[in-house]
Design a protein around this ligand. Structure first.
Ligand code: MN
Length: 283
């Protein structure tokens, strides 16, 4: 199943280039009161939401995917967990190019571990990236994102994948420089998720997905998730060894070689096999 969030927080069932408005499925979510949960309510209740979506689909209003404004498929992730330098060729380019490493020693992911991006940086495919520091080099990074579905504390390699609700495309927009990654990558609009969530049962072999990113039609990044240094299951084991993953947490799995600058006016086209494609404007 492919689920999008669109326009004024509506929920859509994506079928090809059409979207069925199944917003009423969200009525089954439990009422929440202060303090609000630190996880995403829709993802935490996804099996029940899906059952409602299936009931509503046959009579739902149909829209064109091209006509709606896509929001992040997860509204309220508690955390955005991200993997640095998780493709070998990106590690090599980061270690050799001073414009990328800025005299920081770029160590392999097994040594540096993971980092967190502020959830306030989250945007959807139709919400533009707004360059905040035009004087600084700002790069695109395309990444496969795993959306955590169930609470996950110290996962094992055997059960890790069972905690995934679905997948989407992520853009980890990055200011280059000497500061900590969490600062340079947490700027408002610098975590773009989309175009929609594809539920895990609909994705065949997430460890072998081709993907590519172009800017204004020019090829920049092209790789396959089979090139990941630490694969998806082991990233979940790694992350949950330190903190409990919760429904809706977003796991950005890392970017391959080919990172390069973006400037206002650019249009990024990002696509991953089985997960669709999205065009994102830079302002
Ligand atoms: Mn990244």
């Amino acid at each position: 199943m492919q689920l999008c969030r669109f326009n004024d927080n509506r929920l859509g069932l994506v079928e090809g280039d059409r979207v069925k408005d199944v917003t009423a499925a969200l009525k089954i979510l439990p009422a929440s009161h202060y303090p609000l949960p630190t996880y995403d309510l829709m993802i935490a209740n996804l099996p029940a939401v899906r059952a409602e979506v299936e009931k509503l689909a046959k009579d739902a209003k149909v829209l064109a995917l091209a006509d709606i404004a896509l929001l992040s498929p997860v509204a309220n992730p508690g955390k955005i967990v991200a993997a640095p330098v998780n493709y070998k060729k990106h590690l090599e380019e980061a270690q050799t190019d001073p414009a990328l490493h800025h005299q920081n020693k770029v160590a392999e992911i097994q040594r540096v571990g993971l980092f967190l991006k502020a959830t306030s940086s989250l945007r959807g495919a139709s919400e533009d990236i707004i360059i905040r520091h035009p004087d600084r080099r700002t790069d695109h990074e395309i990444e496969l994102v795993a959306i955590i579905g169930t609470k996950c504390d110290r996962a094992t390699r055997e059960n890790a994948m069972s905690h995934i609700a679905g997948y989407c495309i992520g853009l980890d927009i990055t200011v280059r420089g000497p500061e900590e990654r969490s600062l340079r990558k947490s700027i408002d609009t610098y975590s773009v998720m989309g175009p929609y969530m594809v539920t895990a049962d609909s994705v065949k072999n997430p460890d072998n997905l081709s993907f590519e990113l172009t800017v204004n039609g020019e090829p920049r990044q092209k790789a396959n998730t089979s090139d990941l240094i630490i694969g998806i299951a082991d990233l979940i084991v790694f992350a949950s060894a330190y903190y409990t993953l919760m429904p809706g947490d977003l796991l950005m799995t890392g970017t391959p070689e080919g990172v390069a600058p973006i400037v206002p006016g650019d249009v990024i086209d990002a696509r991953i096999d089985q997960l669709g494609s999205m065009k994102v404007k830079v302002r």
